[in-house]
Design a protein around this ligand. Sequence first.
Ligand code: NDP
Length: 333
Amino acid sequence: NRRIVLASRPVSLPALDNFRIERTAIPSLEEGQVLLKIRYLSLDPYMRGRMSAAKSYATPVEIGGVMEGGTVAEVVATKNPDYRIGEIVLSHSGWQTYAAEHGAGLRKLDPDLVPVTTALGVFGMPGFAAYSGLLNIGQPATGETVVVAAASGPVGSVVGQIARIKGARAVGIAGGQRKCEFAKNTFGFDSVIDHTSPDFDARLREACPNGVDVYFENVGGKVWDGVFPLLNKFARIPVCGLISQYNDSGPFDGPDRLPLVMASVLSKSLTVRGFIQRDFADQRPVFYNEMADWLTQGVIKYKEDIVDGLEQAPEAFIGMLQGKNFGKLLVRL
Ligand code: NDP
């Protein structure tokens, strides 16, 4: 068994020496457990938070502990009558090649319905974050303008596509021409703006001639600065992620903009609401049904970025925090 543990806590952008690869025995099974061989590991922005000791909505990974993460795995041995050898499951087994798990935390996957990798992306946690945040908080209506950044990733791409299903105009934001073109051509965004362009603010304004009714917040920072003046009266802002500041520990540079922001929250009657997708856990069955239909009918498209080998996970993860991934980032083991 190989596993990647947290060797030390990063202060800003993680470095390779914050991780360590270890070899251990393949775990033995207790009654009720299954032995899983991990096939795919999901790399997600939230893992940066788990590397820090700072208090957040979830407990951090301990120093020396296995890095946390969602996985798609195959049952290779079983002491649980509900599971057969060869079944494919969604588990939360972390950055390692084998894991012993109790059946209760697992979800069986049907490889004949949709490719099993989607359980880590569009048909899993990130897709559900997009779905639940957009529909519960964003509530896009026909003809409204929805803006979302990280538009080529699993959350942003699903937000844009569902916005269009609901009859809204979808404006994406992404880093670099390649991602922008892909988001427009494949995900069907009405317009996609490159946040690395020097005239980002002006282009965004042009792309939103009627202002912004829903800003699905994934990144914060200069993207927030660009969208903020365009918000319409009664705009809704589901705050899903702030990836541009995950490597900052503060205090933050620049003038304090909170008074200005709060004045707009008041005068424009804005709704700003943060959420973690599991806040809406009771809606998962509805999501799985609806998303299965959208995927099998080809209504919703997705893109994966797959790297090979567990030892590549740290570099790929660090790259994602810098926008180097292109689609849902997965490690194939
Ligand atoms: P992605 O696969 O889209 O990867 C992250 C992307 O963020 C990068 O590719 C990059 O895209 C963009 N990015 C990174 N740094 C910056 C920056 N400084 N400014 C602007 N963009 C940047 O990730 P996900 O779709 O998995 O996640 C998107 C967001 O959703 C994250 O903030 C994540 O934390 C959040 N999230 C929240 C959940 C919740 O329950 N609240 C659940 C799942 C995700 P580009 O090059 O296009 O800028």
